[in-house]
Design a binder for this molecule. Structure first.
Ligand code: ZN
Length: 306
């Protein structure tokens, strides 16, 4: 397990004795099958709406859990589950944030400090990247440490920083001209990156070029599951970026000079765009699991097969 750069566990234990922890027992609410991971492909807005309603009963547990957390503000609330990174049973810590629980960010493993987002995403990339060379554009040091730990030399990790290109600590990566041969990689993955490209098409074509047949593209990006069409957040006006609703930036490390401008919020038409760039299949995927502490509003990522 990588220990460098991990967040200090004391942050989560500050001032709270272990005896004060409340345990949430999901087994009182759901059968073992209902608590297991569920995952599915979504090809349209209708698919998304259907799955949202089908999985809604599971979220009753979230509302119950949120109420417990709200009523026990001075205590740690723990959910027993399984951490895919530690590969063992853990008591996830549930934290309030602005009077609410952000299930993606605030269900944290006490050992590896992975929140639900990191545990799922890194676990998935490690699984998909086992069988060959991969390229991953990653945004956080915890994620990078884990991916390097789990995949070692099989993964080339780049840390995205500015729109249109990513910086490695010792060099730059141009996502429109990747330094890999045709059909040389098993996986290309990025987190919160595609939306920072003014034109994502050259990068998508380049990803298709370097992937082997059957290789996978995994993208977490700004995606509106209620929108059929992609919306431009930013356009060029007299050569300069302009947005009527105010410019959107996103960046992992809160360094103002390295903020990434958001150009697009993708809708379902992005799946056609991806296929037109050389991919055999493209879909959105979503998942949920009480046992693994993957909760919250259906998280979506895009998966495409070369
Ligand atoms: Zn863990």
């Amino acid at each position: 397990m990588p220990t460098d750069h991990l967040m200090e566990p004391a942050v989560y234990h500050a001032g709270v004795e272990a005896e004060d922890a409340l345990h949430l027992a999901a087994e009182n609410f759901f059968t073992p099958e209902e608590r297991e991971p569920r995952e599915c492909s979504l090809k349209s807005k209708e698919d998304f709406e259907r799955v949202y309603h089908e999985w809604l009963p599971l979220r009753n547990f979230e509302w119950f859990a949120k109420e417990i957390v709200r009523r026990a503000p001075n205590q740690l609330v723990r959910l027993h589950g399984r951490c895919v990174l530690c590969d063992k049973e853990q008591d996830f810590l549930i934290q309030m944030q602005d009077g609410d629980v952000n299930w993606l960010e605030q269900v944290v493993c006490p050992d590896c400090q992975g929140n639900a987002r990191v545990r799922f995403w890194v676990g998935r990339l490690a699984q998909e990247g086992r069988d060959g060379k991969s390229l991953v554009l990653e945004r956080g040091p915890n994620e990078r440490n884990w991916l390097f730990h789990l995949l070692g030399e099989r993964v080339n990790l780049y840390w995205q920083r500015t729109a249109g290109q990513s910086n490695k600590e010792n060099g730059k990566l141009n996502t429109e001209h990747l330094p890999y041969g045709d059909a040389s990689l098993r996986m290309v993955a990025s987190y919160d990156f595609l939306e920072t490209l003014e034109d994502p098409i050259p990068a998508l074509k380049e990803a298709a070029r370097v992937l082997q047949p059957g290789g996978k593209l995994l993208l977490h990006t700004l995606f509106d599951a209620n929108a059929l069409q992609t919306v431009d957040r930013t356009v060029r006006r007299d050569g300069e970026p302009f947005s009527e609703s105010g410019l959107w930036y996103r960046d992992p490390d809160i360094q103002e000079r390295e903020l990434s401008l958001v150009w697009k919020v993708f809708g379902w038409d992005v799946l056609d765009t991806i296929r037109a760039c050389g991919f055999r299949e493209a879909c959105c995927r979503t998942h949920y699991s009480i046992n693994y502490g993957y909760m919250g509003y259906l998280p979506l990522w895009i998966e495409a097969i070369r």
